[in-house]
Design a protein around this ligand. Sequence first.
Ligand SMILES: Cc1cc2nc3c(=O)[nH]c(=O)nc-3n(C[C@H](O)[C@H](O)[C@H](O)COP(=O)(O)O)c2cc1C
Length: 209
Amino acid sequence: MEFSELMKKRRSVNFFDPEKPVEQGVLEKIIEEASLTPSGFNLQPWNLLVVRSPEVKKRLRKIAWDQPKIEDAPVVLVLLADKDGWRPEHPVMEKAWQDQIDLGYTKPEMRSWFDGAARQLFDSEKGSLIFAVRNSCFFGMSLMLAVANAGLDSHPISGFDHEALVAELEVPDNFVVPMMLVVGHFDEKQTLGPAKWRKSYDEIVRQEL
Ligand SMILES: Cc1cc2nc3c(=O)[nH]c(=O)nc-3n(C[C@H](O)[C@H](O)[C@H](O)COP(=O)(O)O)c2cc1C
């Protein structure tokens, strides 16, 4: 699909057809396409919980402002942002580091520089939170575009009680949850609302220097 068309096609749809499933193979393709998302130092500090269970979705709906789409859509993706994803000995960090060496982007003797730079940037409550959420939200956007490209629909959700959600799903302390993404097929019996206003070039650009 052409890029401008894809950007227009992606909408947050409020109504999902509970009868139309999301096949596992389609979901895997969407997630693997979205995995091409860039991240700082290629650390990819994102994970997902894939929720299909009607019983779990019911509980999620309760802590997310009772939004019916959470139960109607066949899949809810819970985006986990890993605040520890930059730390030495984190398995993803070590894999990313080894990959950079194998591909010739860096040398083993650069490791202490790297660890120091990462600590300086991320080793604080605020730094690690920004690291985790910043990168994971790019992944979230890629997921939405991959969903639209696959001919499905989605709806991002941040209207939930974060503490209740992490307790409910027993999310480990190193993660925060920037958003959930409801995925399925628009319920054709409903009417999709008009596309919403967006800022223009002039509203976005404050200054040209
Ligand atoms: C991070 C994020 C969280 C959102 N959370 C909610 C939500 O909890 N409930 C809701 O109805 N819409 C939510 N939205 C949807 C926005 O209202 C919607 O994206 C916006 O109005 C633009 O509409 P569009 O996505 O159809 O272009 C969220 C969107 C984003 C990006």
